[in-house]
Design a protein around this ligand. Sequence first.
Ligand code: ADP
Ligand code: NA
Length: 328
Amino acid sequence: EAVERVFSGIQPTGIPHLGNYLGAIETWVRLQETQGSVLYSVVDLHSITVPQGPAALQQSILDMTAVLLACGIDPEKSILFQQSQVPEHTQLSWILTCLVRLPRLQHLHQWKAKTATQKHGGTAGLLTYPVLQAADILLYKSTHVPVGEDQVQHMELVQDLAQTFNKKYGEFFPVPKSILTPMKKVKSLRDPAAKMSKSDPDKLATVRITDSAEEIVQKFRKAVTDFTSEVTYEPAHRPGVSNLVAIHAAVTRIPVEEAVRCGAGMDTARYKLLVADAVIEKFAPIKREIEKLKMDRGHLEKVLQAGSAKAKELAQPVCQEVRKLVGF
Ligand code: ADP
Ligand code: NA
């Protein structure tokens, strides 16, 4: 049987936030200890689905690499690479694009949400980027993909595409499974109905790994809760304070019930500061490591080049076989 292979990606669009960290990166670090074959990609091709300046993009790719290394991604244990350096991603993506019907993509929540407010609609790239995601995963015959809840619908598309390809060209791709990360969804601090997101225009909604202690305190202080001052965990009825409890539990690695007990006898205003402190403490060593890594741009470039070479070695034979199956 085929090896178990884990694949996941993150866009180099700004510094990752608490949601990316708890919902993805922390799990990535854990998986590289327990799984034999693990690939993590800085998915720069995905990031140009929305406008990016070339200089800023180049910097963001290296910044993201520094963040991932600082969080504990170890290039000896996993293949850390830059998506665009492995051109097979776009080749497979095109082949898969020709296997998916337009309405299937137009019905995806993220496409609808991201284009709802755009006057001229999204780019074709924004529409088809879930197909590129499928190519990212299938190119390595990946079997497992750690993702947050926001990506579940896209994973269904990946599974459909693997099956469609197999039906048309013969059994070839494993149908990959999602690994839902324990912290499925970190909510926006300003709107607990929405997920915390890099692109949120409300700067207070998103806590980034490199935020200063003062910024973190300010953001938690301004976190939207409700009119009850008690600390409880009731995600359906009290999403704001429950998000704080979930964050507290996750960053200090305690069960939710214990986090609630820590908040007993406190009002939410005081509890917010306690959670802010826990987050500050969690990110402090990572922040120091990021600063150190960012001073050596050459090292970051080398890490990515070496990882991309390893990824290419895996991708090329798969892509070669795909071409043959398709008739090229
Ligand atoms: P964003 O949506 O903020 O731009 P990405 O699309 O680059 O972030 O997502 C990178 C990873 O982080 C994905 O695995 C995604 O599921 C996870 N993720 C993003 N936002 C959250 C969140 N608020 N809570 C949990 N996981 C998240
Ligand atoms: Na996302």
